[in-house]
Write a new protein. Structure first.
Length: 196
């Protein structure tokens, strides 16, 4: 388990599957997700069985410190030779926690895990061009736009660009102190909302 000041990351359990389905089928989540197909329990169970056997994917539940599951995040497409991985399935399913700092800390924790535990050299992510909040969060963490896949995904009735964002270990190490200060302030505000 990976524990921060606001959230902890833990393994996905079979009991989480119905909650993950509800998040993935939520229109507010779906609108920022590249995958387009509504999920069924059969598909979710198939996915769960596959991740148990798949060493190049680390899927985790984002939970509050008291244990309430609020989202998912993971690292996938891990290339052990090149030491590269991709941020995957980053969902803040519980609407209440989308803007409180929980998402930022979850991203920081998965990046720390990738660089400091898995010894990755680079972590990348893909963002729809129609999701400026995620692009902005990636940039705040030091990600650099590496490519644009023009009109790459047909999404909500139109073709949209996909942004490829990359972060090197050295860039993460350089930005970590300032990010940690921001996360500490966000945690303080969440824990003491009246005094902030």
């Amino acid at each position: 388990m990976i524990i921060g000041k606001l959230v902890k990351l833990r393994a996905v359990e079979r009991e989480d599957l119905s909650l993950i389905i509800s998040w993935r089928n939520d229109p507010e989540v779906y609108r920022n997700y590249i995958e387009y197909e509504p999920l069924s329990m059969a598909k979710q169970e198939h996915w769960f069985e596959s991740i148990l056997r798949h060493p190049t994917e680390k899927n985790l539940i984002i939970a509050t410190l008291d244990g309430q599951a609020v989202g998912t995040v993971g690292l996938g497409n891990i290339d052990e030779r090149s030491r590269v991985g991709e941020v995957i399935r980053f969902i803040m399913g519980n609407e209440r926690y989308r803007l409180l700092g929980h998402a930022a800390e979850a991203l920081y924790l998965i990046l720390s895990y990738g660089f400091n535990h898995l010894n990755l050299h680079k972590i990348y992510g893909t963002d729809l061009s129609t999701n400026p909040k995620m692009i902005s969060m990636h940039k705040q963490f030091g990600f650099v736009q590496e490519a644009v896949l023009r009109e790459h995904v047909f999404h909500e009735g139109k073709h949209v660009d996909v942004m490829i964002m990359g972060l090197l270990r050295t860039e993460f190490q350089k930005s970590s102190p300032s990010i940690e200060k921001i996360l500490e302030e966000l945690a303080r505000r969440c824990q003491n909302p009246v005094s902030s």
